[in-house]
Design a protein around this ligand. Structure first.
Ligand code: GCW
Length: 684
């Protein structure tokens, strides 16, 4: 059979050089000569100097001074910039200032001479990288740190890759990397792996990045030969003390540990009748002499609870103030699990004496892997700006975690990395923007997504070719403006075609990609199945978390609790998160709920189709390699969006028993076929 290729492929740009996508947002233009002066030297300052010399786009022959001095206005690694001077009180601060100056030169942003201090002192990437080289929820190839074959050989290529990774992170202010999965193998604490950790840490160090490790709570049993991991058992305490001593003799500046304990089958203190406090404090005591911290995750939920969304709060709030001062509780943005949209976790507004840190997911586990174009910055911004009302109006999640409300010894933020061995690091060009955005928000939690998208687009696409070409004038109006808008809309679009109006956790169990509202095999834990969350029946749809239901609303401060509790006042984007409502419930615009749902799903699909057009119009401004990649991914996203719409509308229609509004395109898939193919795929 003759294959007919769609016509648009013939118009793919050939006039622009293929851009090395490996360079992320850091591809330099031709450097202009500059002289750099610095009274001190260190490996970090040498990098700062080199970056300026390789990337200077300012006045030719300028003299730039790097000045290290104490200054009350400069906090931790903050810096002060002027056209020819960067001041900071640490070497890392100078390096951040250099990257900022170069970014401003390349994006044409003015210098305001202001001080720029980081919002959080610890700005982390969490790698869910397994020691066999695979990456849990990774969509960009295998781990850059670990591999199955020759696991302990360290090559020059390894070191080069780690160095490029470190440079990219430093350029956006990230200063910590958790090198292994939170579902941690105890083996990470054995000599061979620690030797590799040392080698990685050495490459990261000059870039101001500390290595951290995820540890398995049962390590004393698994690799220490003990019979117990009870945190109050003297032999366990001694084992950890010695192990920590050994680790610090190998990596003297290790940042500390991340712990997933008593969660999703991971061992933890609760199996010995001990609390999170007992477990975290035992490790914190061991780390304290070395300046290390414990990031103890609050991602806990038992199978038998009536509402998974309530559990982290219920378990941790009674422990507020009982943790050592080098423990931070790591909390996912939403109360369930990195869903396309959740209200903020009420824990952010509840803990007053023990610090909490946000955990965001950069890898797109629930947001279309490395296939969908979803700029996550708007989602994180939404979370950071959510008002918890902890100390009255204005107590945003950002302020509750960055030390603005309560003085905190440590402030931190983590993003689950989307990085792998793929040539472009992230599996998709637009997924690089999420890595970039995470770093920028971790540095400054008040930045807005529009500015971040603007920066990233300029750094990624505005190169010498576009600068010199006659297309220059059009670049802003015909490329930057529409593509930036597409990025800013993209998360809401994904919510619309996947889980609108507060629906959540209705994805396929097959790798969490695509729809699966029906998925509920017999004997499966209820809270791992979509029907537990959508609760669809003849009477309506949605999870009742009001005071008459699970009462999750009461975990929020007033006025939020009352607002969420009342369907007429509850923001529509959270409606079915907090309410179970009849299919004919009247929405604010007068439509009934069923129709509103149909229009949301359909709207999402239409918007992806618009994205395809926007991108096709970007053809003159992008090299052929990147243009084609995005064009193909958008086509794939569109096909999947249609699947989502068809699956959800046909499945829920069995309960609503109402027609899909007639001005909406009819489904092109069969419900039975979709269900069958979902169940025949391997689940995880
Ligand atoms: O979202 C879930 C993921 C698991 C992950 C877990 C967690 C690392 O499906 O893969 O495990 O969250 O955050 O611990």
């Amino acid at each position: 059979m003759k294959r007919i290729f769609p016509v648009f492929f013939f118009f793919v740009a050939v006039d622009l050089h293929a851009q090395p996508t490996h360079q992320l947002w850091l591809s330099n233009g031709k450097a202009i000569p500059v002289t750099v002066e610095c009274s001190r030297n260190s490996s970090t300052l040498a990098i700062a100097r080199e970056e300026l010399q390789n990337g200077w786009q300012g006045k030719p022959g300028a003299l730039v001074k790097l000045v290290i001095k104490k200054d009350k206005a400069l906090k931790s690694d903050g810096f002060r910039l002027s056209e020819n001077m960067i001041e900071a009180s640490t070497d890392a601060g100078i390096l951040y200032g250099v990257y900022d100056l170069l970014r401003r030169q390349r994006t044409g942003e003015n210098l305001e001479g202001e001080v720029d201090n980081p919002s959080f002192s610890v700005r982390l990437l969490d790698h869910w990288d397994n020691l066999n080289g695979t990456v849990e929820r990774g969509y960009a190839g295998n781990s850059i740190f670990w591999r199955k074959v020759d696991p302990f050989v360290i090559t020059d290529a390894d070191k080069k890759l780690w160095q490029e990774y470190a440079r990219a992170n430093a350029s956006i202010g990230i200063n910590g990397s958790v090198l292994n999965n939170v579902n941690a193998s105890p083996q990470i604490l054995t000599a061979d792996y620690l030797a590799r950790v040392k080698a990685i840490a050495e490459v990261l160090r000059p870039y101001g990045i500390k290595a951290y490790l995820s540890v398995n709570f049962a390590s004393p049993i698994a690799i220490g030969g003990l019979k117990t991991a009870d945190p109050l058992d003297p032999s366990v305490i001694v084992w950890w003390k010695n192990k920590i001593k050994e680790i610090y003799s190998i990596v003297p500046d290790l940042g500390g540990f991340v712990v997933k304990a008593s969660s999703e089958g991971q061992p933890g203190p609760q199996q010995y009748g001990r609390s999170h406090t007992d477990g975290a404090n035992m490790l914190a005591d061991g780390l304290k002499p070395y300046g290390g911290i414990v990031m103890w995750r609050a991602f806990v939920y038992a199978a038998n609870d009536n509402d998974r969304a309530k559990q982290a709060y219920s378990e941790f709030v009674p422990l507020d103030g009982k943790f050592r001062d080098n423990v931070i509780i790591q909390v996912k943005n939403g109360p369930v699990d990195f869903q396309p949209r959740e209200p903020f976790s009420p824990l952010f507004g509840a803990m007053k004496k023990t610090p909490v840190m946000p955990e965001f997911q950069i890898t797109q586990e629930y947001l279309g892997h490395s296939v969908y174009l979803v700029f996550l910055s708007t989602m994180w911004e939404e979370c950071l700006r959510s008002d918890t009302y902890q100390q009255g109006a204005g107590s945003t999640v950002a302020r509750c975690t960055d030390g603005s409300i309560y003085p905190q010894k440590y402030t931190a933020i983590a993003g689950v990395s989307n990085i792998g061995l793929d040539t472009n690091w992230c599996g998709y060009l637009f997924a690089q923007a999420n890595w970039y955005a995470f770093g920028r928000l971790a540095w400054n939690d008040t930045l807005n997504s529009s500015k971040i998208a603007d920066e990233w687009l300029k750094l990624t696409f505005y190169n010498d070719t576009s600068r010199n070409s006659e297309k220059k004038n059009n670049w802003t109006s015909s490329f930057l403006v529409p593509v930036r808008q597409m990025m800013l809309d993209s998360r809401e679009v994904a919510v619309n075609f996947m889980m609108p109006l507060g629906l959540h956790h209705i994805m396929s169990a097959n790798g969490h990609y695509g729809p699966g509202p029906w998925w509920a095999p017999k004997k499966m834990r209820a809270d791992w199945t979509p029907p537990y969350y959508h609760q669809a029946g003849i009477d309506g749809i949605g999870f009742d978390r009001t005071t008459k239901g699970s009462d999750a609303v009461s975990q929020y401060h007033e006025p939020l609790a009352s607002k969420f509790n009342n369907p007429a006042e509850c923001p529509e984007e959270y409606l079915l998160w907090f309410h179970h409502l009849p299919w004919n419930y009247k929405m604010k615009n007068g439509r009934i709920l069923w129709d509103a749902l149909c229009y949301r799903f359909d709207g999402g699909v239409r918007q992806v189709r618009e994205f395809q057009k926007i991108w096709d119009k970007a053809l003159p401004f992008v090299d052929s390699v990147r243009f084609t990649e995005v064009q193909r991914k958008l086509a794939e996203q569109c096909a999947n969006a249609i699947l989502w719409k068809d699956a959800c509308l046909l499945y829920f229609q069995q309960f609503s028993r109402m027609p899909i509004p007639y001005d909406i395109d009819r489904p092109v898939h069969n419900l039975d076929d979709m269900i069958r193919s979902d169940f025949t795929l391997h689940s995880n």
